[in-house]
Design a protein around this ligand. Sequence first.
Ligand code: PMV
Length: 326
Amino acid sequence: MKATVIAPANIAFIKYWGKADSVLRLPLNSSLSMNLSNAYTTTTVEFSSVLKKDSVRLIGGMFFPDEINRIIVALDRIRSYSGIRLFARVVTKNSFPKGIGAAASASGFAALTIAGFAASGKKLTEKELTIFARMGSGSACRSIPDGFVVWEKGNSSDTSYAYSLYSHTYWDLYDILVIVDTGMKKVSTSEGQKGVKTSPFWQERVQKIPDKIKKMKTALREKNYPMLGAMIEDDCLSMHRVMQTQTPPIFYWNNATKKLMEMVRCWRNEGIPVYFTIDAGPNVHLICEKSTVELLKKKLREIEEVKNIIVNTSAPGAHLVDKHLF
Ligand code: PMV
């Protein structure tokens, strides 16, 4: 059987950085995210007796050799759990550039997991699917449930899963992904996270996360945008402080990133409500409400360093679709 899935990328408001178990991809801390409506991966999987090995293709892009291996390992997990013995054909396509710190591995492994199990005929619960997606790429588990999602760190594979806190229709929040650099990131998140415990700040960060998540849940419940925005920025800076003080340090920002961070502060001082967050790359996510999207788009168009913008609102989680890629 052939199955196709569309899975959104997600932006973490409280971020995941560091693993407690690198094989199972158990995180050092819980995290909280929003799915993105216009940054997504479409993946078709078919198991077939004709194939002599797995065939994996990315439309309009290239995989690194280790990425192909990770995909094949994920297919092996699907095969072993569902009892299927056939090789698979996988074709995948991103709606946005890959490797720029825009969570292509999150949407990619979420789509692969659901399409793979659907193609195998094995039915899993959403919770089980998030656990399998997590083993492909940690943040992928957050791209499966609807809208605003929590990933509980847990202390075993079965207890480290993601669930929807609120549906995507709950709050009209926007994420304007501002692309200032389309080059591949220099250090992958898997590589970068290996050094987390060499930072003198990792422990302090991890200890504060449960309280931060509690407060962020309050901000979401009350739809308190200034409180939410301030916490999003604070956690972004806290994660980058750990990254930048690891050995060797990792600096994902460039001059354009810093300029945008400054601009966001200037705009706030002018009375425009907007906050930033940044993942493992130089591109900047602006978190705002619907009423400010047009004004921000206009302002962004005037900044020379801005190459492209992708306007996202909160999106449903990964889901099966009828239109296959092959
Ligand atoms: O899922 P990974 O291994 O690509 O790690 C993602 C880490 C960050 O994007 C930097 C933060 C997050 O929580 O999404």
